[in-house]
Ligand binder design. Structure first.
Ligand SMILES: Nc1ncnc2c1ncn2[C@@H]1O[C@H](COP(=O)(O)OP(=O)(O)OP(=O)(O)O)[C@@H](O)[C@H]1O
Ligand SMILES: [Mg+2]
Length: 224
């Protein structure tokens, strides 16, 4: 499903110059739940952003479902992302002034589906993540685990083939974290999809189908 090759990314200049990724290769197959682990600052979020079409690499190629994504123009890339990729950010990125349902409906509204249809689909997706009683609430009235589930609902509402989660359990207790990850594995993963998760959380390792380790901008061969 996904092949990244020779990915390099540098931030800043002079003394603050940081090489975040050095010539990284990564493949993800259909049906995989791949974990990327490694110390803070090793380049995990940078790599997720690049394979998801959010951050442009300095060099290298990312092919998702036969599409060489960084050769697309920005409109084509935005459209492809809306159709194909769901991203859950490390810190949720929910819109504080929107309700739970409206937050989940955003990708559909961006796809120019009608407001009513988008909200109806958002409500169905909230039911899948067990939040049907929280539909009308703003994010600040939700617990950490509930916000995490809203972010997941927003990432899956458009039925993406590739679901990418950055530290989905970081702010959750062990029980809630395991619940969310096992939920995603059971309900989202299938033979036509793949999931990539960045995590520090050893309590959820049991759900991975494969683990790779990053260190200092590299993927460590055979690490995991
Ligand atoms: N926008 C940016 N500007 C400058 N430096 C950046 C930027 N984004 C990331 N970096 C640097 O690139 C390196 C890799 O960062 P990244 O966020 O990918 O690490 P990470 O593995 O996700 O860490 P964590 O586990 O703490 O989330 C770090 O040294 C970071 O400071
Ligand atoms: Mg990170």
């Amino acid at each position: 499903m996904l092949k990244a090759h020779g990915i390099t990314k540098t931030f800043g200049e002079g003394p603050s110059r940081t090489v975040a990724l050095r010539d990284v290769d990564l493949s993800v197959d259909y049906g995989e739940m791949l974990y990327i682990v490694g110390p803070s600052g090793s380049g995990k979020t940078t790599l997720l952003s690049i394979i998801s079409g959010i951050l442009r690499p300095d060099a290298g190629q990312v092919v998702v479902k036969d599409r060489d994504i960084w050769t697309l123009d920005s409109d084509a890339l935005a459209g492809f992302r809306l159709q194909t990729i769901g991203f859950v950010f490390q810190d949720y990125h929910l819109f504080p002034r929107l309700t739970t349902t409206e937050n989940v409906a955003i990708p559909l509204i961006l796809r120019r589906e009608s407001w009513e249809q988008s909200l109806a689909q958002a409500r169905r997706t909230l039911r899948i993540v067990g939040l049907e009683t929280k539909e009308g609430l703003p994010p600040y009235k939700l617990s950490g685990g509930e916000k995490q589930r809203v972010a997941i609902a927003r990432a899956i509402v458009s039925e993406p083939d590739l679901l990418v989660l950055d530290e989905p359990t970081a702010s959750l207790d062990g029980e809630t974290g395991r619940m969310i990850v096992s939920f995603v594995k059971e309900n989202i993963l299938n033979a036509h999809r793949a999931i990539v998760i960045v995590t520090h959380d050893s309590r959820i390792y049991e759900y991975a189908t494969r683990v790779v380790r990053m260190e200092d901008g590299h993927i460590i061969p055979g690490g995991g």
